[in-house]
Ligand binder design. Structure first.
Ligand code: PMP
Length: 442
């Protein structure tokens, strides 16, 4: 055990983080690490942001926590209003939780209760996609399609069926247009709904830009619109998981806004608290809330820390920074520079198969052979080597051995803070290029 569980096992095996400074984390020896992935796409404002720190101090001086069974709070109300004001059409209600998995769990249970309230109790099936990650709690894990994460727990997971992801680099045929490809994979949802029986399907869950399992893979234009049409045709709820790609990461506050699609529910977390507090949220269409409000009047769910005043205060400050400093424009500009730099440094690399993403959410896919796109043998542990080499040289990036329809593949995910400077983009790409070459040479 090298991480996750604290105590004697961590001592000596991991550096101790003692300070943060903008795009850098600093350990107990004074070594500085450029945070090229925001941890796991969390630290969108970088570390030690003055506005968020001030907001937290201020809230702590007022009230830290008041249970939602008795009270609401100013920060929680303000956060819900701001999110709704900037959310896609029809989103009117916000359910505040403590992280991404909790938001996904809540979406599944709310969907189920919605169909009970509107007199369709037969709807309970969930369709999701292979090559997806929706969290580690049992409901969210069942929804995700990553075989490696699911395998050990398979007997405990509720049945969920998975269709193909929208993964142009791997799946689009050479003679197929991008548009035709998007429609073909979206139409798998129609076929799956028909196979399961349209009246039994409750929801389709997907990440607009796939994060942890594939390394910033955006859906091709037109794909999500077709998915929306199919869901509408069959009365199936569309739940978009923006835990990683939401909150400005792609250059829009919600990634699905770029696709011109309004889902029935959206889950967010990570960038919402930007690492300053643990917080997630489920955003829902007004008609879903209304059905429950006018029906039983009670959502049969809840967690002790939901709507936490400190967490909401942090999220308000984070959103204030993103919106008032126009960081969305900055994400698009710096994202284009990061993309250009990655292409100039790695675009011709014999083992880089694909460079992709949106905004400051970028992925590099490594392959043994660029022509056949064959992944590297997982026994080489390439992703772990890249991570270690980059870290040794002061860069935090997020390499993964994802699953490509049963095969393992290596990707590096990049999600730096929105405040990243040009010179830091240069440093990031040069340390990453060196780490990839060193890992390949080992
Ligand atoms: N959904 C997505 C798309 C994610 O990327 C993650 C976390 N990587 C989760 C859900 C789960 O979030 P958390 O780790 O906060 O529970």
């Amino acid at each position: 055990m090298t991480n996750h569980i604290f105590g004697r096992s961590t001592k000596g095996s991991l550096p101790v983080a003692t300070a943060g400074d903008g795009c850098y984390l600093i350990d107990a020896t004074g070594k500085r690490y450029l945070d090229g992935s925001g941890g796991a796409a969390v630290s969108c404002l970088g570390h030690s942001n003055a506005a968020v720190r001030a907001a937290l101090h201020d809230q702590l001086d007022r009230v830290a926590f008041a249970h939602t069974g008795f009270f609401t709070s100013d920060p929680a109300e303000q956060l819900a209003d701001t999110l709704v004001a900037h959310a896609p059409e029809g989103i009117e209600r916000v359910y505040l939780v403590s992280g991404g998995s909790e938001a996904v769990e809540a979406s599944l249970k709310l969907a189920r209760q919605y169909f009970l309230e509107i007199g369709q109790p037969q709807r309970h099936r969930v369709i999701a996609r292979r090559q997806s990650y929706h969290g580690n709690t049992l409901g969210a894990l069942a929804t995700g399609g990553n075989e490696w994460r699911r395998a050990q727990f398979a007997p405990m997971l509720v049945e969920t069926t998975h269709i193909s992801p929208c993964y142009e680099y791997r799946d689009r045929a050479e003679d197929e247009s991008v548009e035709a490809y998007g429609l073909r994979v979206a139409d798998e949802l129609e076929a799956e709904i028909q196979r399961l029986g349209p009246d039994s399907v409750m929801a389709f869950v997907a990440e607009p830009v796939v994060g942890a399992t594939a390394g910033a893979v955006p859906a091709v234009p037109g794909y999500l619109k077709r998915i929306r049409e199919i869901c509408d045709r069959h009365g199936v709820l569309l739940i978009l998981d923006e835990v990683m790609c939401g909150m400005g990461r792609t250059g829009h506050l919600f990634a699905c806004q770029e696709d011109g699609v309004a889902p029935d529910m959206i889950t967010i977390a990570k960038g919402l608290g930007a690492g300053y507090q643990p917080i997630g949220a489920l955003l829902v269409q007004g008609r879903i809330y209304d059905a429950i409000a006018k029906g039983s009047g009670f959502f049969q769910h809840g967690h002790t820390y939901m709507g936490h005043a400190m967490a909401a205060a942090a999220a308000n400050a984070v959103l204030g920074e993103i919106l008032n400093r126009d960081l969305l424009t900055r994400v698009r500009e710096q994202g284009a520079k990061l993309d250009a730099k990655l292409r100039s440094s790695l675009g011709q690399h014999p083992h880089v198969g694909d460079i992709r993403g949106r905004g400051l959410f970028r992925g590099v896919e490594l392959v043994a052979d660029r022509t056949t796109k064959e992944p590297f043998d997982p026994a080489r542990k390439l992703n772990a080597r890249i991570k270690a080499e980059a870290f040794a040289n002061g860069l935090i990036c997020y390499p993964m051995g994802g699953t490509i329809d049963g095969q393992r593949g290596d990707h590096v995910l990049l999600a730096p803070p929105f405040i990243i400077e040009d010179s830091q983009i240069d440093d990031l790409v040069s340390i990453l290029t060196h780490a990839i070459d060193t890992a390949l040479a080992a």
